[in-house]
Design a binder for this molecule. Structure first.
Ligand code: FAD
Ligand code: SIN
Length: 536
C-alpha cells in the first residue's frame, strides 16, 4: 500500500500535533504514530511551559537563564527567537481552550523550577502534558485534511538510497517520506510526502531507569542518522533528580515544581544537603542536583534520598499536585504526611537531529522538531520546562518555512521507490534474544554512561554496544520486521551515538561530566559535537 500526502509527520506529541494544525491550512497531512495517538512524552509532562507572561518577568531574564543552563553551547539567536515566541504560543493554546491554572481571571498561576530566576512556568496543576495532548488531539481530529494513523511505526526514511533509478552524481540527500510498519496488519507501507517532519521525541528508554514512557526509544534520531543527516550533541543526556523510588512506580516523575513550592531534599537522617553544593540549594540547575544526589548516595550507601513537602498546607498540596498525590497514595505514600523517596533517572535527550533556525535538517525536505531535534536552544543542558516551549515555537517556525518550500515541490518530478523487500528473510524463532539484548543495553547505559562518566567506563560501554549492534543488525537482516526489533535497532544506534559523542568531548560541561576531564575547556570544546554517517 502507498499513501501520498503533502506532509508526513512522524509522531503525535506536542511537536507533531502543533505542526500538523498549522500546515493543514495549506496541504494534506498524515500523522503516523507508533502506538495510540496520546502515547508520548508530552502526555506525561508535569511542571509546565516556561514563558514570559508576567509583568515581573522579561525576555532578557528568560534568555539569560536559558543561556546559563546551556553552559556556553546554547545559541543566543535561537534562544531569543524561542523565548520571544513564548507568549504567542501560550495565547494560541488558550484559544484552543487549554485550561491553564490561573491565579485570577487574568493572571496565570506561575510555577518555579531549577535555574529560573523568576516564576514563569505556565501549568495545568501537575499534569500539564495530559491537558495539552487532549486539546491538541481534539483540534487535530476536527481538521478534514489531517489523517492520524495509530499503531504505525516508521522504519526508515525514503531517500535516494531506496530509489529505483539511482543518479551517478553524488547529490544532496533528499527525503521523500518513509517506510512504515502497519503494526495491525504487519505489512510495510510506503508513505510518500513532499515534506517530512520527524517529531518522534526522546530516548530515555535506552537507560534502565528513566521517567520516559515506552515510546521513547530515539527512533527519529536513528532513522535520520541512517539516512545521512547530521546529529548533534548526543552526549548531553539530562537526568532528572527526582523520580519516584518505589518498585511499583518505576517510571514516575516527582515534579521539580515541588521544590519550586519549597520542597526540601533530605537524607534518611533528615539532614538537608543541597546548600553544600550550590548557592541556589534545592533549586540549583538539574545537573547539579542530580550529581549531588548521586554523590550523597555513593557516600551513604543508601538507595534513595527524600523529598519533603509535609510542612506545606495539606489542601494546597492536594490542589497544586493532584496527579502526584493520587499516584503516590495507593503506593502507601501520603505526600502530605510522608517524605517521598526519590532517585535521579534519565529524563531528556538534549542532543538530536541538527536543525537550523527554521527546523530544517541537513537533508532536503526533512524537518525535525521537539525532543528529537537539536535546534541550539538547550546547548549543554536544558532549562526546566523549556522543551514544551521549544516544541510549540519550532512547530511555528517550521510550518512557516514548510509553506514556502511546499510551493516549490512537484509530484511530477517525484522519483519511484522500491517496495519493502522481504526477500531472503524468514522467521528464525529466536525472538527471546531481543528482550535480553534490550535489558543488557539499558544496563550498560545506566552503569557506564550515566551521571558521572570516565574514559574507561565509556570505552567499556562502546565495546559492548558494538557487539550488541552487530548482533541486532544481523538479526534484523535475517528476520521479518517486527515492532520490538525495529525499536531495539534504533535504541542501540542512539546509545552508540551517545557514547561516541561523550568520548569526543574531553572536558566536563553541562550534563556531560567525566572524571578524566573534570574542568571545562572553552579553548578546545566550545563547539557542538556533530556526527554523520558516511554513505556511499
Ligand atoms: P513526544 O511527546 O515524546 O512524542 C513523540 C511521538 O512520536 C509519540 O507519539 C511517539 O509514539 C511517536 N513515535 C516515536 N517513534 C516513532 C516511530 N518510529 N514511528 C511512529 N511514531 C513514533 N518538558 C517541559 O517543558 N515541561 C515539563 O513539565 C515536562 N515534564 C516532563 C515530565 C515527564 C515525565 C517527561 C518524560 C518529560 C517531561 N518534559 C517536560 C519533557 C517534554 O515532555 C518532552 O520533551 C516533550 O513533550 C517532547 O515532545 P515531542 O513532541 O518532541 O515528543
Ligand atoms: C518537572 O515537572 O520536573 C519536569 C519539567 C521538565 O522536565 O521540564
Amino acid at each position: 500500500m502507498t499513501e501520498q500526502v503533502d506532509f508526513l509527520i512522524i509522531g503525535s506529541g506536542i511537536a507533531g500535533l502543533s505542526y500538523a494544525l498549522k500546515v493543514s491550512d495549506f496541504g494534506t497531512v498524515a500523522i503516523i504514530t507508533k502506538k495510540q495517538d496520546s502515547d508520548s512524552n508530552t502526555n506525561y509532562a508535569q511542571g509546565g511551559i516556561a514563558a514570559v507572561v508576567s509583568k515581573e518577568d522579561s525576555f532578557e531574564e528568560h534568555i539569560q537563564d536559558t543561556l546559563k543552563a546551556g553552559d556556553g553551547l546554547a545559541k543566543r539567536e535561537i534562544v531569543q527567537k524561542v523565548v520571544e515566541a513564548g507568549p504567542k504560543c501560550i495565547k494560541e493554546l488558550q484559544e484552543l481552550e487549554v485550561r491553564f491554572s490561573m491565579k485570577n481571571s487574568k493572571e496565570f498561576d506561575l510555577g518555579k523550577e531549577g535555574g529560573h530566576s523568576k516564576n514563569r512556568v505556565v501549568h495545568v496543576a501537575d499534569a500539564t502534558g495530559r491537558e495539552l495532548e487532549r486539546v491538541l488531539l481534539e483540534n487535530v481530529r476536527k481538521k478534514k485534511n489531517i489523517a492520524i494513523f495509530e499503531n504505525h511505526l516508521a522504519i526508515d526514511l525514503l531517500t535516494q538510497h531506496q530509489r529505483k533509478k539511482k543518479s551517478k552524481r553524488k547529490e544532496k540527500i533528499e527525503c521523500w517520506g518513509a517506510y512504515v510498519l502497519n503494526v495491525e496488519t504487519n505489512q510495510v507501507e510506503k508513505y510518500l510526502a513532499k515534506i517530512t517532519l520527524i517529531a518522534t521525541g526522546g530516548a530515555g528508554r535506552i537507560y534502565l531507569h528513566t521517567t520516559n514512557p515506552e515510546i521513547a526509544t530515539g527512533d527519529g534520531v536513528a532513522m535520520a542518522y541512517r539516512a545521512g543527516a547530521e546529529i548533534a550533541n548526543m552526549e548531553f543526556f539530562q537526568f532528572h533528580p527526582t523520580s519516584l523510588f518505589h518498585p511499583k512506580g518505576k517510571y514516575f516523575l516527582i515534579s521539580e515544581t515541588i521544590r519550586g513550592e519549597g520542597g526540601k531534599l533530605k537524607l534518611k537522617s533528615g539532614e538537608t544537603f543541597m546548600e553544600k553544593y550550590h548557592p541556589l540549594g534545592d533549586l540549583a540547575p538539574r545537573d547539579v542536583v542530580a550529581r549531588a544526589i548521586d554523590a550523597e548516595l555513593k557516600k551513604t550507601g543508601d538507595s534513595c534520598v527524600y523529598l519533603d513537602i509535609t510542612f506545606l498546607d495539606q489542601d494546597f498540596i492536594k490542589q497544586r499536585f493532584p496527579n502526584i498525590y493520587n499516584y503516590c497514595l495507593p503506593l502507601g505514600i501520603d505526600i502530605t504526611k510522608q517524605w517521598i523517596p526519590v532517585v535521579p533517572s534519565a529524563h531528556y535527550m538534549c542532543g538530536g537531529i541538527l536543525t537550523d533556525a527554521e527546523g530544517k535538517t541537513s537533508l532536503e525536505n526533512l524537518y525535525a522538531c521537539g525532543e528529537a531535534a537539536y535546534t541550539g536552544l538547550h546547548g549543554a543542558n536544558r532549562l526546566a520546562s523549556n522543551s514544551l516551549l521549544e516544541g510549540l515555537a519550532f512547530a511555528r517556525f517550521a510550518s512557516q518555512s514548510s509553506k514556502c518550500l511546499l510551493s516549490k515541490l512537484k509530484w511530477e518530478t517525484f522519483p519511484e521507490f522500491y517496495d519493502w523487500s522481504v526477500a531472503g528473510v524468514f522467521d528464525q524463532k529466536e525472538w527471546v534474544v531481543l528482550a535480553h539484548d534490550r535489558e543488557e543495553l539499558q544496563k550498560i547505559m545506566w552503569d557506564y554512561v550515566g551521571i558521572v562518566r570516565s574514559n574507561s567506563r565509556l570505552n567499556k560501554a562502546l565495546k559492548r554496544i558494538e557487539i550488541l549492534k552487530e548482533e541486532i543488525e544481523a538479526f534484523y537482516k535475517a528476520n521479518p520486521v517486527r515492532y520490538d526489533l525495529i525499536q531495539l535497532r534504533n535504541m542501540v544506534t542512539v546509545a552508540e551515538l551517545v557514547v561516541l559523542s561523550a568520548l569526543k568531548r574531553k572536558e566536563s560541561r553541562g550534563l556531560h561530566y567525566t572524571l578524566d576531564y573534570p574542568k571545562k575547556d572553552d579553548k578546545k570544546f566550545l563547539r557542538d559535537t556533530i556526527l554523520r554517517k558516511d554513505l556511499p
